[in-house]
Design a protein around this ligand. Structure first.
Ligand SMILES: Cc1cc2nc3c(=O)[nH]c(=O)nc-3n(C[C@H](O)[C@H](O)[C@H](O)COP(=O)(O)O)c2cc1C
Length: 142
């Protein structure tokens, strides 16, 4: 498995997308290179990446987005074992339950989370974006 890093995300109104771009910045600031994909445009082979940053907001009722992101995630789950993974996403009225469920699932699949999943309420402010940059750095150095 190579040392390649990918960020793959879904975002309906741009909040998780803003997070993804700051995660990218953090990875690049740490001196690593990264490929950024909207989940609908990812056509690569997940086996080619040893590190993944996955982003999806809370949707449905504390779920991942069901029409694009959930099917993608289900399709890669069996390939996550041994990978280093960072999770992030925006939410609104919940308490982050979707992220706790997602983290447990990723860990059960045998991946190692480089940090707790990063959740940001609605549009990330400067502090939220900085946390995304830090998450990217941590993934790059993991
Ligand atoms: C259909 C729908 C379902 C949602 N479900 C939840 C939810 O269960 N819990 C929550 O905290 N926020 C929920 N939200 C709020 C979104 O997570 C929030 O608006 C987030 O900022 C969207 O991120 P995005 O701009 O990347 O799409 C929901 C939003 C929509 C449109």
């Amino acid at each position: 498995m190579s040392d390649k890093i990918a960020i793959i995300y879904w975002s309906g109104t741009g909040n998780t997308e803003a997070m993804a771009k700051s995660v990218q910045k953090g990875i690049e600031n740490a001196g690593a290179s990264v490929e950024l994909f909207l989940v609908s445009s990812f056509s690569g082979n997940i086996d080619d990446y040893s590190k993944l940053a996955l982003g999806c907001p809370a949707m449905g009722s504390e779920n991942l987005e069901e029409s694009e992101f959930q099917p993608f995630y289900d399709s890669i789950k069996s390939k996550l074992s041994g990978k280093k993974v960072a999770l992030f996403g925006s939410y609104d009225w919940g308490d982050g339950e979707w992220m706790r469920i997602w983290q447990e699932d990723v860990s059960s699949a045998g991946a190692s989370l480089v940090k707790d999943g990063l959740i940001v309420n609605l549009t990330p402010d400067d502090n939220g974006l900085n946390q995304c940059v830090e998450l990217g750095k941590t993934l790059a150095k993991a």
